[in-house]
Design a protein around this ligand. Sequence first.
Ligand code: SF4
Ligand code: SF4
Length: 86
Amino acid sequence: MPNVVQQTQPAAPPPATAKKGPRGAVTIHATWCKGCRICVEFCPPKVLAMDESENYPHVAFPEKCTACHFCDTHCPDLAIVVRKLE
Ligand code: SF4
Ligand code: SF4
């Protein structure tokens, strides 16, 4: 009879309690923005979208912002600011 090795998995951690609602407040300064789309293309939860003119981004889904600060740390013109919400 073959030896049977029993593998036991560690107990799964309790599910993280996901906070509802936005975790960041996004402000876009259109006068400084050159419309390069970096913030729109690389925001992980796709909070931002270009406006109808395709010249500037706007905050399309504010409730999705995780305050990861990708957009404001990569904007070449410092035209976008994220304030972390408590
Ligand atoms: S802080 Fe992160 S999640 Fe919020 S708009 Fe910027 S890139 Fe998107
Ligand atoms: S990364 Fe900055 S300059 Fe580029 S579209 Fe976004 S706000 Fe405008």
